[in-house]
Ligand binder design. Sequence first.
Ligand code: SF4
Length: 92
Amino acid sequence: MEMPKRLSIFRMLTDFKKELVKYAKQGAPNVNENEYKDRLQICNKCPHLKNAYRCGLCGCVVEEKAKWATADCPDNKWKKHEGKSHNPKDSQ
Ligand code: SF4
């Protein structure tokens, strides 16, 4: 019974790492505030949300992943990101 749990954690970490690398390589672009709120509202109603913070399909912490313009919902529930992304480096 332990093995599937370990595989699940391994997969979650691997998926999160892939998303993080993609985000970092593209200069850490974020969605705007409205798009972020829309994504979180969708996640909060989603049956895949686990423990009110983690996506059960990709394993990511949704409050973090929803900020990233490079990220997609693994169940295609979020609107496709369009328009300008906010790059944190622009405001430095
Ligand atoms: S990222 Fe997608 S699948 Fe995961 S909890 Fe949010 S809406 Fe659900």
